[in-house]
Design a protein around this ligand. Structure first.
Ligand code: SF4
Ligand code: SF4
Length: 356
């Protein structure tokens, strides 16, 4: 949760709660800087977009275009999120990090394979607030899922470098977290991954549902995509709830914070992977607070239905334009769409109880 979102949560969510389409300025602006990636993960949601865009002639936003969008956000307050693909394949990534971090709190997601010592030092020096390393288990599981040998070691090395530069430059940031998508292939290695975390300076591990709704991430011409039936999730041949509880117990012993995404309980994860998750206790306020910008400047609420393009219109115009307001109103009425199952931004309408 961002620095303005936490203390002002009730106020910021007011338009969502009363079901109006307009919203206060976004608390977080997320740039997908490129769809290109150096890895080849089985569960990748961006690959389809990359294949579609390759050869389209569209140019990724430049550092100066990103800076111009960031200048339209609240200085020092709006959190800027950067993700890909792999952001370190963007030719101007270090300029983008420098210009955004000078003005706003910045966090990014990476697979870590392209962070060397120089980059790690610069990231720490710039005061980047948070980095989410996408790691899918211990070495064998991770490298097999990622499709490229050696990527686990590279990610761990990058985390060690950042930790070491934080110590030598005496800086508190970035906070480093690990995010793991649960699959049949990695459940057994989760406990071991949690054991590695404190050794490399990581205090938070997020465990995420495998998001099957790749079509949400495919540019859609209209809103019919909202009602497309979700794809079945490949089952995890284990007692998943028990396995997650064991990981939580081990994490507690090691003082590692565990988070389930979306916010839920181990039994909810088990139900999701058994394709019988009950969505009735969930809703979503994400599009009232967050904005996603594609590598080519298109603005999305989450589903890739374009709300406008930052190369053509100001962020404010798009954010509270007719298309965005209509999307929010439709979502408000539906509470969630069928394809939202598995999205890590769903939020519980009631506090999580064990077994729900
Ligand atoms: S690291 Fe991320 S963007 Fe790259 S292939 Fe894997 S899931 Fe896709
Ligand atoms: S849960 Fe919210 S953020 Fe996720 S896809 Fe559905 S509407 Fe979008």
């Amino acid at each position: 949760m961002g620095i303005i979102e936490k203390p002002l949560k009730g106020f910021i969510e007011l338009p969502f709660k009363i079901g109006v389409g307009a919203a206060f300025p976004p608390v977080r602006v997320n740039f997908t800087l490129c769809y290109r990636c150096n890895l080849n993960c089985r569960h990748c949601l961006q690959r389809g977009e990359f294949r579609k865009m390759r050869g389209s002639g569209l140019q990724e936003l430049t550092a100066s275009e990103v800076a111009s969008v960031v200048r339209q956000t609240l200085p020092g307050l709006t959190r800027i999120g950067l993700c890909g693909g792999e952001i370190f394949l963007h030719p101007e990534i270090m300029e983008i990090l420098a210009s955004t971090a000078r003005r706003n709190p910045v966090g990014f997601t990476t697979n870590g394979a392209l962070i060397d010592s120089n980059r790690a030092k610069e990231i720490v020096r710039l005061g980047i607030r948070g980095i989410l390393f996408s790691i899918d288990g211990t070495e064998a599981a991770h490298d097999s899922i990622r499709g490229v040998p050696g990527t686990f070691r590279k990610a761990i090395e990058a985390i060690r470098l950042l930790d070491s530069w934080k110590r030598s430059l005496e800086r508190p940031y970035p906070e480093i977290s690990i995010n793991t998508v649960i699959m049949g292939d990695n459940v057994d290695s989760l406990k071991e991954l949690v054991e590695v975390a404190p050794e490399i300076g990581v205090r938070t591990v997020e465990v995420q549902m495998m998001d099957m709704q790749a079509y949400r991430f495919t540019s859609a011409p209209d809103q019919s995509i909202l009602y497309t039936a979700p794809a079945p999730v490949p089952p995890v041949p284990r007692d998943l709830a028990k396995a997650i509880r064991e990981v939580f117990d081990r994490a507690a012993q090691l003082k590692v914070t565990m988070r389930l995404k979306p916010e839920s309980a181990p039994d909810t994860f088990a139900a999701y992977y058994a394709n019988r998750m009950d969505l009735s206790g969930y809703s979503c306020s994400f599009p009232w607070k967050n904005i996603i910008i594609s590598p080519y400047g298109d603005v999305y609420p989450c589903y890739m239905i374009s709300m406008g393009n930052v190369r053509e219109q100001s962020l404010a115009k798009i954010w509270n334009g007719a298309t965005f307001r209509n999307f929010r109103r439709v979502l408000s009425k539906a509470r969630l769409f069928p394809g939202c199952a598995g999205c890590c931004f769903m939020s519980r309408t009631n506090p999580v109880r064990s077994g729900t």
